[in-house]
Write a protein that binds this ligand. Structure first.
Ligand code: MF3
Ligand code: CO
Ligand code: CO
Length: 308
């Protein structure tokens, strides 16, 4: 049988014009009665010390944090339209988080200045909300994390702004599918690298790149804990999954080459070639016979499905 040819990405223009940094609004305050994570004042989360496996009580709290994160992401998604600034999305996420009694986990995490990440077009992740209005045809990832009742829930969706071109639509749709294939590879006694294997396989079939510099992570009482979840296959990652583990699956796929660069704000990661990139994220739980998505609405709907 003939060797299958690698399908190359159809040519798409570099995202034009490039995203440039805007102005930041003043720091948004969090009321004193809201429970704060340990880094809220110092900015320093310290070394990770938590177990990779959650207690039943922690899992129950993570379901509520996950539901809240999903609801906040849906609220944010409803205000995506041309002309809305990413700072406005930050205000909506900040208020919606506090309204649920939670702390917006990104705020002052390692000094991050805002309450959500908003990553537009060629921005891979960790875009900082600012005065830039969304433009018709943009794509924007909104990455929400809430700290509620001592645990975090972390989830993101990439939204189309107005009428996006076909390349962008396909990138967004296939990135979501890649995340779902990665999550569907989760079950007890499987190695953690089964996740990246599934994501990478899907990306390759679609001629899309997989960003390697940012990975999924253990999550629970800590925002980012020990377990590392690569979105590509690494044969060395043979840690076996165990019921009660909680972590994120959050692949970033690219239309062009997946190499990245960092803006001089030290947060905003962009593709080196300037072509577009998309991301989706769920926080998941390894169950006795498979996997549960924790960052869904109370009726089980994923935030992305509200907009599909
Ligand atoms: N939510 C991001 C993640 O998926 C982390 C953002 S850290 C921040 O892991 F400081 F940039 F907010
Ligand atoms: Co995450
Ligand atoms: Co996130």
């Amino acid at each position: 049988m003939a060797k299958r040819k690698r399908r190359s990405a159809p040519s798409a223009p570099v995202s034009e014009p490039p995203v440039r940094p805007g102005l930041l609004s003043p720091t948004r305050p969090v009321p004193p009665e809201i429970g704060r994570p340990p880094y809220a004042d110092s900015g320093d989360p310290g070394p990770s010390s938590s177990s990779t496996v959650r207690t039943l009580d922690e899992v129950a709290r993570m379901r509520r944090a996950g539901n809240a994160a999903a609801e906040i992401l849906v609220e944010a998604g409803h205000c995506v339209r041309p002309g809305v600034t990413t700072d406005r999305i930050d205000a909506v996420v900040h208020e919606a988080t506090i309204a649920r009694g939670g702390y917006p986990s990104p705020l002052n995490y390692r000094g991050y200045p805002k309450s959500v990440c908003t990553s537009v077009n060629e921005v891979i992740c960790h875009g900082i909300p600012d005065s830039r209005p969304l433009a018709d045809g943009d794509i924007v990832n909104i990455d929400v994390t809430i700290f509620l009742d001592g645990v975090h829930g972390d989830t993101s969706v990439t939204f189309l702004v107005g009428e996006a071109d076909d390349h962008s639509r396909r990138l967004v749709a296939e990135t979501r599918t890649a995340m779902d294939e990665g999550i569907d590879a989760v079950r007890p006694a499987q190695p953690v690298n089964a996740i990246g294997r599934a994501i990478e396989r899907h990306a390759r079939k679609q001629g899309l790149g997989v960003v390697r510099e940012f990975i999924g992570h253990g999550i629970g009482t800590e925002f980012h804990s020990g377990l590392q979840v690569k979105h590509y296959f690494d044969p060395r990652d043979d840690t076996l999954l165990v019921p009660g583990m909680t972590f994120t699956v959050e692949p970033m796929l690219t239309l062009g080459h997946p190499a990245c660069a960092l803006w001089d704000d030290d947060w905003t990661a962009v593709t080196l070639d300037g072509r577009r990139t998309a991301q989706f994220e769920h926080t998941v739980l390894v169950t006795d016979d498979g996997v549960d998505r924790l960052t869904v609405l109370p009726d089980g709907t994923a935030p992305a499905d509200v907009f599909a």
